[in-house]
Design a protein around this ligand. Structure first.
Ligand SMILES: Nc1ncnc2c1ncn2[C@@H]1O[C@H](COP(=O)(O)OP(=O)(O)OP(=O)(O)O)[C@@H](O)[C@H]1O
Length: 296
């Protein structure tokens, strides 16, 4: 559906994006992750046509994405609603700026407000809305024209846990019918709805990770025993650097190097401890992200 190929973008003689390539399939929800200043917003702005890239190609259903601007919904990092306008007036204002006609807006604004959980709040002034409500109004503006692709730049970062929860629930609903790209710093939240993560650092793609692809850490093993052992540290061997207790009968073994499952099973058998399950530790997205963006 979307193909970004060898994208380069320079701002004020500084290279911001270098050789960025990836594809996104229809229906996917992709998390765009990266440290501050990595180039996420710049990439999003190139994808929405707000910024022009000097090299490379961005295609949507095989055509240049600029020809498909009407198929894209975009929530920018900082929404620009006027506090004195009502929700209804704000959507009408931004809808008209995007070229939507009055009849379409009259028909669709109430439905979109209902969709984002702001039914009967059309007359509320923006200044009366909570952070979560304001962000949901932002999403209403982004989906008003029924886009095929929704791009959300940091939709939850500035919100308190209640607002975050409201917006997360909305994204989970929208995910069922729209392709979504979300730039975020909150990896726990991203892992709730993203199918894949594209990790960007210093303008380069450093990771493209499927959420189903569990990356095993072969230096760590999780062992579950049938019974909790008498001693705090159930086994000791030269290869094992440390043992952490995850529950009374579950232990995380960290090796000095790659661990051997068979050897660990034997070590426990020697101590006459029965193992219920043993597997390499699987890294979460936060850990993978930190490894990919760290400088060491
Ligand atoms: N208009 C501009 N003028 C100068 N530098 C810019 C401009 N826009 C972006 N940059 C620089 O480009 C780099 C990437 O910025 P960008 O906003 O794309 O990063 P980001 O990954 O979205 O960061 P954050 O997570 O902090 O929002 C930064 O170093 C930023 O200072």
């Amino acid at each position: 559906m979307i193909t970004v190929e060898k994208l380069h973008k320079t701002i004020k003689k500084r290279k911001i994006l270098s050789d960025v390539s990836f594809t996104i399939a229809e229906g996917e929800c992709v998390g765009l992750l990266g440290p501050n200043g990595a180039g996420k917003t710049t990439l999003i702005k190139c994808m929405t046509g707000i910024l022009q890239h000097e090299q490379g190609d961005i295609r949507f259903h095989s055509k240049p994405i600029v020809e498909h601007k009407k198929s894209i919904g975009y929530l920018s990092q900082h929404t620009d609603f006027k506090p004195w306008m009502s929700c209804d007036e704000s959507l009408r204002f931004f809808g008209k700026l995007s070229g939507l006609d009055s009849a379409f807006l009259t028909e669709n604004i109430p439905a979109v407000l209902e969709e984002v959980g702001l039914k009967d709040r059309g007359h509320y002034k923006v200044e009366q809305l909570s952070g979560g409500m304001k962000q949901r109004l932002g999403i209403a503006q982004a989906i008003l024209h029924r886009p095929l692709l929704l791009i959300l730049d940091e939709p939850v970062s500035a919100l308190d846990p209640i607002g975050r929860n409201e917006v997360k629930k909305l994204i989970a609903r929208l995910k069922k019918r729209t392709t979504i790209i979300i730039s975020t710093h909150i990896l726990d939240d991203a892992s709730e709805f993203c199918d894949r993560y594209i990790i960007i650092k210093n303008g380069h793609i450093v990771g493209n990770i499927d959420d189903d692809l569990h990356i095993s850490d072969r230096k760590r093993i999780v062992v579950k025993l049938e019974k909790s052992p008498q001693m705090a540290e159930p086994v000791a061997s030269a290869e094992i650097d440390r043992i952490d207790s995850l529950s009374p009968n579950t232990f995380l073994l960290t090796g000095t190097g790659e661990l051997n499952l068979k050897k660990v099973v034997n070590d426990f058998a020697e101590k006459e401890m029965d193992i219920t399950s043993i597997e390499f530790y699987e890294k979460g997205i936060e850990e993978i992200f930190l490894e990919m963006v760290s400088d060491t």
